[in-house]
Write a protein that binds this ligand. Sequence first.
Ligand SMILES: [Fe+2]
Length: 424
Amino acid sequence: MGFWGKKKHFERISVDVLQPGMHISVAERWLDHPFLLNEFTLENEEQIRLIIGLGMTNILWCSEASDAAPREVIADRPRGPSWPDLVSQARKERDERRVKADESKKSTALAAKAYTKASKELRNAFSMAYSSPKVALEKAMGIVNEVAGAFSSDQEISIVLLSDRMAKSNLHTHSVNVMLLSLLIAKARDASEQDLKDIGLGALFHDIGMLRVPDAVRMKEESERTSADQSYMQLHTDLGTKMTLNLPDFTAPARSVVAMHHEHYDGSGYPFKLAGEKIPLFARYAAIANRYDNLCNPARLEDAIPPAQALSRMYKIEGSHFDQSALASFIKSMGVYPPGSIVELSNGALGLVTSVNRSNTLRPLVALWQEGVKPEDAPLIDLGVETEVKIVRSLRPADLEPEVREYLNPRARTAYFYSKAVSG
Ligand SMILES: [Fe+2]
């Protein structure tokens, strides 16, 4: 890892000694500088000319993060006639970058708002599942129709990472997540709009039977559950299926998801031990989405594993449990750096992938870590736009300094929703 996660010591030096390879900070002097980041390693002479052209005479330099030392001052750097152009060009680029960043922030805010609304509706729907099944289903269909409608349109969909600090139980967040991720697989496989609605409804209700499992059993830590508790937990598919029979117009394909999302492709799942194509297609999609969310977003947050690791585990270790071709579609849609990945960029910065779009998975939207900036004000960069920067690798939270880990990996439940505009 670079020096980004560590506390750095800066000293003041003259701009006359700058050279490529030196790591500098411009945060102190200009809040309004035209660079992408407050601190960075100088890559070329042009950046140095830009700094001088902006009127700086001295600057903060970090020796331990630098690949080059200050150079000797031979003479004052000449100031060429093209420098004002360089400065105005850099300012123009900065303004364009800000417009893009604002657009990204707006789409994320819209996704967050839509998620909050859907999540509230779902809580209502679940709480009425026994008392007013008809109203409950109407509410759920409202959510499903809207989301499935967006997924069936030609517009590119981005999966957006949100943190649900309000989540009291994992059931609602998990239900919405499994719906989103199942729809992502279905969209990659060109499902029809009706299919998307059935998958969406089934996935949203896939764990509804958990409402019938006593809290005393459900809330227990997995390690403390007896085999009787375990059997009770496994009954949730059957209990859920029965509940959906009371919901008028709950479709049979949607019900298959509730009944069979724990079947494994190799026949090792439950409750029917079905194998291969005997498992209905939509239940196979939901099984993938369900497992992924349980790995990344488990009941005990400390057991969470990073997104890329979850995908690799599902592919390499648990591969026999899943429909291989559906799993391949899922992995392709999520990309190498799925939402929630902590990544190192080619300019040395660290960030959190907050939004991925299927057509450009290597260039997602990234919230950057910057010392002294609050997480909610984290600069958001769209790698689809900032083409000079790219992701070098993903990191595990354990690799980060505590301060950075806290910032990029907040202990809040992760929710996925969608946006139609980011990098569209
Ligand atoms: Fe389940």
